[in-house]
Design a protein around this ligand. Structure first.
Ligand code: ZN
Length: 138
């Protein structure tokens, strides 16, 4: 018990501009307005992430955009402690609608994360592109 623990800083790091395609432009346009969109298939009823024109479950092209509160729980995460920009964490969030989102966690010290923790989407500015979805504790 001789080790001195220092308080980890709250995480945040620069995110490169996302690649915007015709398929994902509605998502990024909504993100610029602070709205989080997912896609749902009208044929099988399942929501999916990331947004695709064709349903990954049944291959139907009848997918529609749906606004999500962007809330869910941490399924798993990993903390990068030796990054030049300071520690950061990435992981999967299971949205309340079902899909898993690979994301960055912000607004919390690395030691403050826990599997099963409820989190909510936030939008973080990127380097010259639309804001990107990240998640912070609710
Ligand atoms: Zn489907």
């Amino acid at each position: 018990m001789s080790e001195t623990e220092t308080q980890s800083p709250v995480m945040s790091r620069a995110i490169p501009a996302p690649a915007v395609s015709v398929e994902t432009k509605p998502f990024w346009d909504a993100a610029a307005e602070g709205r989080f969109l997912i896609k749902r298939c009208e044929a099988c009823g399942k929501a999916h992430w990331y947004p695709r024109t064709y349903c990954p479950f049944c291959d139907s092209g009848e997918t529609v955009w749906e606004e999500s509160p962007g809330e869910g729980v941490i399924y798993t995460y990993s903390v990068m402690r030796r990054a030049p920009t300071g520690p950061y964490a990435i992981g999967y969030v299971t949205l309340d609608e079902g899909p898993a989102v690979l994301t960055n966690f912000v607004g919390v010290a690395p030691d403050g994360l826990a599997i099963g923790m409820r989190v909510k989407v936030r939008f973080q500015p990127t380097e010259g592109g639309p804001p990107a979805p990240v998640f912070a504790p609710l």
